[in-house]
Ligand binder design. Sequence first.
Ligand SMILES: Nc1ncnc2c1ncn2[C@@H]1O[C@H](COP(=O)(O)OP(=O)(O)OP(=O)(O)O)[C@@H](O)[C@H]1O
Ligand SMILES: [Mg+2]
Length: 292
Amino acid sequence: MTPDLMKAGAQIRAEHEKIVAQKAVSGGASYGRVVTGELDVTHGAILYLDDITVSFDGFKALNALSLSISAGELRCIIGPNGAGKTTMMDVITGKTRPDAGKAFFGSTIDLLRLRENEIATIGIGRKFQKPTVFEHLTVFENLELALKTDHGVRASMFFRLTPTQLDRIGEVLTLIHLKEAAQRTAGLLSHGQKQWLEIGMLLMQDPKLLLLDEPVAGMTDEETERTAELFLSLEGSHSLVVVEHDMKFIGELTQGKPSKKVTVLHEGSVLAEGSLADVQANEKVVEVYLGR
Ligand SMILES: Nc1ncnc2c1ncn2[C@@H]1O[C@H](COP(=O)(O)OP(=O)(O)OP(=O)(O)O)[C@@H](O)[C@H]1O
Ligand SMILES: [Mg+2]
């Protein structure tokens, strides 16, 4: 693809993001005063859930769930099986529509007005538990492909990486500890490396908010530690919501920052929220989760 075409492509994409974001604010946002299509985090929150309820045949998987994540924050979410953690991510990404409540990305973008495919383009990246990399392609090609998802088949056929994009792939390869493995076929990677590659693919799309559902399940201890380092290096420049059962990993993510918040979900709503030490000392939390 020529530089001109690349530029045109980038413009089309920027326009698209603007249109999607405009759609989300048209009709006036009920939260926040600034009505603009841009992600607005001047109020501090990048994600705001208020009173979200999701029912499945009368059973409330989420029950008046309210949660606010600050821009640049790394928030750990824990809680027993069935607490509603994955359902919460389904609501944020538009996979499940709540029966009631509000969900905003920044103070102006109403997520409940957007479809799942639209939400994926406005800066929210989601990592499911099972890695879904292209096994027959190399690590590098997987990252390259992650750049192209919005360009369609024809654009992809003539796609050439710009120097900036090549640099970005290099940066991401370093971040995800796969620089040495760039030319390796993804199918030959360890489970942990595949997980990192998938996180790398998300990062290629430059998300502002990353949702990570049980990212270290099945990883070795060393891979788990490296994943904690990776997430800590993303904190600040990205906002991260990390759902995990692995308390050692949660400990690594919160180490040295006693004020960092951990949220405990139970039966579809927030049971406790505070520092890791606070929630670990909370009797209700011990009873329903940690003391099992
Ligand atoms: N599509 C669905 N239809 C019916 N019930 C559902 C559906 N999705 C989730 N549930 C139920 O909602 C509840 C919350 O499920 P969810 O998967 O969000 O829990 P979780 O906190 O992610 O649990 P885990 O730690 O096991 O992953 C569970 O009781 C689950 O069975
Ligand atoms: Mg789950």
